[in-house]
Ligand binder design. Sequence first.
Ligand code: CDP
Length: 229
Amino acid sequence: MQLRKIVIAIDGYSACGKSTTAKEVARILGYRYIDSGAMYRAVTLYFLDHHIALTNPKEVARALPMINLSFKVNAKGGTDTFLNGLSVEQEIREMRVSDQVSQVSAIKEVREAMVAQQRKLGKEKGIVMDGRDIGTVVFPQAELKVFMLADMMVRAYRRQQELLAKDVLVNLNEVLENIRKRDEIDTSRTESPLRKAEDAIVIDTTHITVNEQVDEVIRLAITHMVKQA
Ligand code: CDP
């Protein structure tokens, strides 16, 4: 029996395990993983490095065509984000980017440009994409939609550990404040705010392990595929 490929959309709050889960689910299913947040982060990095005034829509519109984003699978099997041909995978995770990314992501022109690219990347099925508006805006027809959440303190601690593993030491309060602020901007913006799609399945990751999160998404995906077969 040949299982039909599907689109899996994983949305949710900052640092609740979306990317970790999405990457592993993609690996197990042999799907492509696309980190939409990395795209917004790369645009933010470009704006910061080129001193683009976020409040000036003309300047933003002029800068967007200068930004070329691509992804490449690295030696460890992960995906690196490239901005105009250069890997920015490390830089886009820095706090200076995290501090600005939600303001940049709230800009209409930025969202239009990114959503268009994301839809192109997901033209063929067999993808897992994570973000804030994947199930609501980018792929409203996705066969499986997951909405992740977790306790704020747990999220801050996990993100701090993740940064530490990359030799970036950030104070827990700074991380906590950053995710609190991003949640606030992401949920209250006018353009595609973060919200659960009506048909999304909620996974609270506060008390579960990464393996349990991954197993749950795989179980949901397989259940769907078998029903469709
Ligand atoms: O990994 P983390 O949860 O910290 O965030 P991310 O997925 O890297 O996304 C960074 C930021 O990009 C979010 O806080 C949102 O402001 C924005 N974003 C968005 O607006 N729409 C998406 N589909 C993905 C990210």
